[in-house]
Design a protein around this ligand. Structure first.
Ligand code: IMP
Ligand code: MG
Length: 179
């Protein structure tokens, strides 16, 4: 797997140090709430979620949402589909949505809108990566660990065609792999 990587963009230790900072911000911002509902967006947020949330010493409740916006390629399809039969119960609650990356912004915008529709009191968003580009949908994430250029990346939860999510760092694939 590592031989498919052209360059490492963000090393594992760099991610870990940054997660300490983001986790402390989340702890401080939500310390006064009696409970916080976290909603991770599958599957991209899996790795980020596990590493970040273990650093947040609050009484979190964790749910996941299965949402698809990419369909195997390296460009967003522009449509956000909710794939779950049952969505998490968020009425009257503060919700923190976690995703791997803010790209066009459509996923986080669609998920936030859906959670407000379902009666959430407050929705905040948190991503590992923010792509430096113009967004199709309004809004930046409330918490973002790293800003990257407008290039396709894999690892630490992010996939290409379903693979590379388990790379412990964020990297760029060799052109020969994308083909
Ligand atoms: P958005 O709705 O365009 O902001 O895209 C969000 C989703 O697209 C993310 O949750 C990722 O699953 C996927 N995505 C966007 N950029 C990349 C990338 O560079 N690599 C892998 N997946 C990406
Ligand atoms: Mg994805």
């Amino acid at each position: 797997m590592n031989e498919d990587i052209e360059k490492v963009l963000i090393a594992e230790e760099v991610i870990e140090r940054r997660l300490d900072v983001i986790a402390e911000r989340i702890r401080a911002d939500f310390a006064r709430e009696d409970s916080l509902q976290v909603v991770g967006i599958l599957k991209g947020a899996l790795v980020f979620m596990a590493d970040l949330l273990r650093r947040v010493p609050l009484r979190l409740e964790i749910e996941c949402l299965n949402v698809a916006s990419y369909h195997g390629g390296t460009e967003s399809s522009g449509q956000v589909d909710f794939l779950d039969v049952k969505l998490p119960e968020v009425k009257g609650r503060s919700v923190l949505v976690l995703d791997d990356i803010l790209d066009t912004g459509r996923t986080l915008a669609a998920v936030s809108e859906k959670l407000y529709e379902m009666g959430a009191r407050k929705v905040k968003t948190c991503v590992l990566l923010t792509k430096d580009k113009e967004r199709a949908a309004e809004g930046e994430a409330d918490y973002s660990a790293f800003e990257i250029g407008d290039e396709f990346v894999v690892g630490y939860g992010l996939d290409y065609d379903g693979k590379y999510r388990n790379l412990p760092y964020v990297g760029v694939l060799k052109e020969s792999v994308i083909g």
